[in-house]
Design a protein around this ligand. Structure first.
Ligand code: PGA
Length: 257
């Protein structure tokens, strides 16, 4: 049950919500869990809604996250957003290496690693996403894929930095499909990921890193997932787009402690 790790529920809004709609959703969420401190809550709207949502979150316990970032400081990178730009909007977290970015926009393990290092250098907490495709799972390669992605993304991350990294295990076949990984499947990969962290950083630090599950998490399946010993929260897509379901997920994390 309860561990040294505070549960974390993050909403990944993906390419949904205008600045105004995002602020309205944030207000609805805040009305119910705005002062909640026993669970960390992070809202990750698209870039264009960061400012309005950030304003709504002012003075509240809920944190602001971005969905991507370019590792360069500044310069000729048309269409990109830097860590500093995010920091000035009071962003504290950033999703990196999401499977949609890897699949549709060519993010490689090496590029994800650059982003992780740049985020950490700028005091942004990375929510690093890893996970296998259906073909990889069926080919018995799940743990190998998770190992490769995790080790590559964390190259150069120091012992001092690792506890601010959050890792989200998101099986690609479970994202937006309604197919959730079974609790046993999820817990197996989470325990494996923690063992990788143990090998890289030692037992004490490995116990401090939060591992989220993502992929069709919703109020009906969350309690069981969140009760697993190595599942410390959720990265929520579809169910984060409505206050009711998102708040229920925060409450499920509170119960799971
Ligand atoms: P989903 O998305 O909850 O809609 O499956 C999760 C994610 O992609 O982060």
């Amino acid at each position: 049950m309860s561990t040294i790790r505070k549960k974390l529920i993050a909403g990944n809004w993906k390419m949904n919500k205008t600045a105004a709609d995002g602020a309205a959703l944030a207000q609805e969420i805040l009305a119910q869990v705005g002062r909640e401190t026993a669970v960390d809550v992070v809202l990750c709207p698209p870039f264009t809604a960061l400012e309005s949502v950030g304003r709504a979150l002012e003075g509240q316990a809920v944190k602001l996250g971005a969905q991507n970032m370019n590792p360069q400081k500044s310069g000729a990178y048309t269409g990109e957003i830097s860590a500093e730009m995010l920091r000035t909007l009071y962003v504290s977290h950033v999703i990196l290496g999401h499977s949609e970015r890897r699949t549709y926009f060519g993010d490689t393990d090496a590029f994800v690693n650059q982003k992780v290092l740049a985020a950490l250098a700028n005091q942004l907490k990375p929510i690093l996403c890893v996970g296998e495709t259906l073909a990889e799972r069926e080919g018995g390669r799940t743990l190998e894929v998770v190992r490769t992605q995790t080790q590559a993304a964390l190259a150069g991350v120091t012992a001092e930095q690792i506890t601010t990294v959050i890792i989200a295990y998101e099986p690609v076949w479970a994202i937006g499909t309604g197919k959730v990984a079974s609790t046993a499947q999820a817990q197996e990969v989470h325990a494996y990921t923690r063992s990788l962290l143990h090998d890289l950083y030692g037992a004490a630090l490995a116990q401090k890193v939060r591992l989220l599950y993502g992929g069709s998490m919703k109020p009906s399946n969350a309690p069981e997932l969140l009760a697993q010993p190595d599942i410390d929260g959720g990265l929520i897509g579809g169910a984060a787009l409505e206050a009711k379901s998102f708040v229920e997920l925060v409450k499920a994390a509170l119960v799971a402690g």
